[in-house]
Design a protein around this ligand. Structure first.
Ligand SMILES: Cc1cc2nc3c(=O)[nH]c(=O)nc-3n(C[C@H](O)[C@H](O)[C@H](O)COP(=O)(O)OP(=O)(O)OC[C@H]3O[C@@H](n4cnc5c(N)ncnc54)[C@H](O)[C@@H]3O)c2cc1C
Length: 660
């Protein structure tokens, strides 16, 4: 593992010294420091996500062995519920609890300067135009598959997913003659070339990634900068129906494909050359955060990726997508792809998208919990509504959200009637106390803050390694070059930034999508470092950890230089000039991104009670454990379902149904 010697880490070390100094003094703090009046977090650019100042205290515990312990200074009256982590799980937990106990005093603590966790909003003003984008969690995926509790929560905060059918202009880019491109960079392919991409390159995932295919595969394959022989191999893999495992039974095929990576399958069973494997292997990196070197071939077969269409495994009829087995596609659907066919199969289009992504959900939850922080009544008016950050932690409100507060210690009172929660906020070590605690933070941090949990549980919590990725917004002054190139989204198999897409064409409330190529727009880029690492002999967890360190080592300047260079190389021929056309960049780094999902047969699956997340999420008296890690499900509904269970556990205590 590479050394960590970056500025962020040094800042963290310096910060923890400051905290120790504050702790050792005996000063009593009458009240917690208040949220800044002046800063509006969504409009901050540069390095966001795990922004400087948000993670140093946690890392001082994890990396330097710092132990903060229970703080001397108690602030605030006791709470009914304290929630650790203000992501979608923590906010949902607060709301579920409030539904059951409307007068409850609730405190939400989060280490960031904004609420929502991965559901993050980014804003920009470019040449007088206000742009609103998502800095992480993107879209409500397949809401019909949500549990009743999660669906009720969406309704409770005013979300009617049917309205997105009107707000999302699904044919917009097609009408502009734009589609998917593939970018071959000079370093790996001899020259920079941007071509239209064959949709069959993405198997059935083209549905999810692009809402369908271009349907002109032959032409595009001819234009790929590959050797003629490689093009032929690719054509057979992408369009042919050959059974490369002929002679094996379905069971034998499934067993084999579950045990080898898709890249290995292509190499060893289809005769694909390395160039063809390299062309394909990162095409789902945005969804999985790793390349196909690290994912079993059975998933590729379920997605009808190149070389798998003739295997005859379609009898299995459902395609559980890798990132959470949430989206089930009857395999026949792939060939039809019309809305009618999809609808009949229960597959919803990928359109349930707020202009600020799932930050729209976070903001609606916040307004429902504390109506005094934002005006409005509807899901539409929340998009443009101002959130008054200084009111989030109002001393007179029943529900409070305290930001820039890293929880460092959680422990029951000796009589188990209350729980103390100590946190570090702006260098001060403070304590609150409450009847119930829900830990909705990522699981990896819990062993450091809650020493009283059983050792087996702490080890299980530590298994919740998350996939690292960055969700980057580039504010462009116009999108003429994309229009000229005929692409609104690009897959770049070898370049650093392998997935790039112009903003979704969604208009709602006062927010109008940028429909004119001469006007500013957001370009969204997804960076997945683990997809570029050598996966040989490494577990997913090892790949994730290595990728996390890559992200931390990369400064904002590194990102900026490379983004500019890639965009110039990709679109320069079509008139793009980074100096002129880029107005601002925000890098949302999520070193602890997608929740873990076991994919190899030697690990118990997500529904298997022997999987570590079952042990990890066990209730501990007045402490319950939520977060998407508790479900091993990197989806909004994973976060909500975990919150529901945690609240049910604590409500049972509050109602006297359970004796401690
Ligand atoms: C880039 C990205 C894109 C995604 N896109 C989608 C999508 O399109 N659709 C979908 O359904 N799902 C998507 N997901 C997954 C989904 O967003 C998550 O499952 C969900 O937002 C996770 O919410 P959470 O509350 O469980 O965790 P988090 O969002 O991680 O929130 C936990 C919060 O707790 C805080 N915390 C941690 N430790 C402490 C501490 N000691 N003290 C105080 N606070 C602490 C964290 O910093 C964080 O703010 C995406 C995820 C990522 C990363």
């Amino acid at each position: 593992m590479a050394e960590i010697d970056r500025r962020d880490f040094l800042n963290g070390a310096a910060f923890s010294v400051g905290v120790a100094a504050a702790t050792s003094g005996s000063a009593a703090f009458a009240a917690a420091p208040s949220q800044s009046d002046t800063t509006y977090p969504p409009s901050l650019t540069g390095m966001r996500g795990f922004h400087p100042g948000s993670f140093e205290v946690a890392h001082s515990m994890a990396w330097e062995g710092e132990v903060y312990g229970r703080a001397e200074t108690l602030v605030d009256e006791p709470y009914d519920l304290i929630v650790v982590g203000g992501g979608l799980s923590g906010l949902s937990a607060a709301r579920f609890f409030q539904q059951k106990k409307p007068d409850a005093r609730i405190l939400i603590l989060d280490n960031h300067d904004d609420f929502g966790g991965h559901a993050k909003r980014n804003e920009f003003t470019v040449d007088g135009h206000h742009l609103i984008g998502y800095g992480g969690s993107q879209t409500i995926d397949s809401p019909a598959s949500y549990s009743a509790e999660a669906q009720n929560l969406l309704s409770d905060i005013g979300i009617d997913t049917d309205r997105f059918y009107r707000y999302f202009d699904r044919d917009f880019y097609r009408r502009k003659q734009m589609g998917t491109g593939v970018f071959f960079d000079r370093k790996h392919y001899g020259e920079d070339q941007l071509s239209r991409a064959p949709s069959s390159l993405f198997g059935a995932a083209a549905l999810i990634l692009f809402g369908g295919g271009d349907g002109q595969d032959d032409t595009y394959i001819d234009a790929l900068p590959l050797l003629r022989s490689d093009k032929e191999i690719f054509r057979h893999l992408a369009l042919g129906d050959k059974d490369y495992l002929e002679g094996k039974s379905d069971e034998e095929k499934t067993q084999l494909l579950s045990a080898i990576s898709y890249s290995a399958y292509l190499r060893d069973y289809t005769g694909a050359s390395e160039s063809v494997i390299r062309l394909i292997k990162r095409n789902l990196a945005a969804l999985e955060a790793v390349s196909w070197d690290a994912v079993p071939a059975i998933y590729a077969a379920q997605l009808l990726m190149p070389g798998t269409r003739g295997l005859g495994l379609e009898g299995s009829t459902v395609i559980p997508l890798l990132t959470g087995a949430q989206r089930y596609l009857p395999t026949g659907v792939w060939r039809g792809m019309s809305d009618a066919v999809l609808g009949a199969a229960g597959v919803e289009p990928y359109i349930f998208h707020f202009p600020d992504g799932n930050a729209g959900i976070a903001r609606l939850l916040i307004r429902r919990l504390m109506p005094h922080v934002a005006n409005g009544q509807t899901m539409e008016d929340m998009i443009g509504s101002e959130v008054h950050y200084r009111k989030l932690d109002s001393a007179v409100a029943k529900v409070r959200c305290r930001l820039e507060s890293t929880v460092v210690d959680v422990r029951h009172h000796d009589d188990r009637q209350r729980v103390d929660v100590s946190y570090v906020q702006k260098g001060q070590h403070l304590r609150v106390t409450g009847d119930h605690v829900i830990l909705a933070c990522n699981h990896k941090v819990i062993p450091y803050v809650c020493g009283e949990l059983p050792e087996t549980q702490r080890l299980a919590l530590d298994e919740a390694e998350r996939a690292p990725l960055c969700s980057i917004n580039v504010a462009l002054r116009n999108w003429q070059a994309f229009h000229a190139a005929g692409v609104n989204q690009v897959y770049a198999p070898e370049a650093d930034f392998s997935t790039l897409m112009l903003d979704f064409p969604v208009s709602m409330g006062d927010v109008e999508f940028s429909a004119d190529p001469d006007k500013p727009i957001l370009l969204h880029i997804i960076y997945t470092p683990s997809a570029h690492l050598d996966a040989e002999g490494k577990s997913l967890r090892e790949l994730f950890r290595e990728g996390q360190h890559v992200i931390y080592r990369r400064s904002f300047e590194d990102f900026e230089i490379e983004i500019r260079a890639q965009l110039n190389a990709m679109l320069g021929k079509h008139g793009f000039d980074a100096d002129r056309d880029i107005a601002a960049i925000t890098v949302n780094r999520w070193p602890h991104g997608y929740a873990y999902l076991p994919v190899w047969p030697d690990e118990p699956g997500t529904d298997d009670p022997t999987s570590p997340h079952f042990t990890a999420r066990a209730q501990h008296h007045r402490i319950s454990i939520a977060n998407s890690d508790a479900e091993y499900k990197a989806y909004v509904n994973g976060a909500m379902d975990a919150a529901w269970r945690a609240v049910e556990e604590q409500i049972a205590i509050a109602n006297g149904e359970v004796n401690l």
